[in-house]
Write a protein of this length. Structure first.
Length: 236
């Protein structure tokens, strides 16, 4: 909590208030808002905690703040921040990036950014007086995030702009499944508190190790299953 004062909104924003910034951009672009329109897309831009090392300390005035362990750590964070903002502007359009805040109240510094997904489109019109074409601004989040392929391409492009500081993209087509953190730890605690099972064979009993506190329990189960199958085969 004592670091919350270090969080700040960048000068990219016009008012500093998220809702007002979004509404201002929509009005400025003269966009018609429909009932199902997506008004903004939020991006959380961060990296693994060990990529940049930070520490909490006090300055000469005695104020508590988040500092970087080395100049290299600071430079990597600063480059990440600048490249991330440029990527957002290039991807969505400079005017559509309406609100960016930097959070330094946690161990890993990160950015929150909001873009209004406005695109300029040419539409055809026809009435009793004739027909033609005209350009309009529309809210169209689907043009940016519609479908798995677009999201994969977005992650690829984001990784490319950070290659210079050594960041690596997450594994493509990973089979890892999202699990609610409470359910995950519930399963871990249940496994940790249960007695160690034993399998009695003609050889001395074999103790099955408890699952790790962190990691994929499905992987642990599969590894355990394979080990047991190998033991049974040896007995046969």
């Amino acid at each position: 909590p004592e670091l919350k004062g270090m969080n700040r909104t960048l000068s990219i924003t016009k008012t500093g208030d998220l809702r007002t910034d979004i509404e201002f951009r929509i009005k400025e672009a003269d966009v018609q808002v429909r009932k199902n329109s997506v008004l903004a897309i939020e991006h959380l831009m961060t990296f693994s905690p060990d990529f940049v090392k930070t520490r909490k300390g006090r300055n000469k005035k005695g104020e508590v703040g988040l500092g970087f362990v080395t100049d290299e750590d600071f430079n990597k964070w600063n480059t990440f921040k600048n490249n991330s903002i440029k990527w957002l502007q290039d991807t969505y359009g400079k005017d559509n990036l309406v609100h960016v805040s930097i959070h330094l109240d946690e161990k890993t510094p990160h950015l929150h950014a909001y873009v209004v997904p406005i695109v300029n489109k040419t539409i055809k019109w026809k009435n009793a007086k004739g027909s033609g074409e005209r350009e309009v601004n529309s809210l169209c989040a689907r043009d940016f995030t519609g479908g798995k392929k677009k999201l994969q391409e977005m992650q690829n492009e984001f990784a490319l702009v950070h290659e210079e500081i050594g960041l690596i993209r997450g594994e493509k087509n990973s089979k890892a499944k999202h699990e609610d953190i409470k359910k995950y730890y519930g399963r871990v605690n249940e496994a940790m508190n249960s007695p160690k099972p034993k399998i009695i064979l003609s050889n001395p009993s074999v103790e099955i190790p408890r699952p790790p506190r962190m990691g994929n329990l499905d992987d642990y189960t599969e590894t355990l299953k394979q080990s047991m199958e190998e033991l049974v085969k040896k007995e046969r």
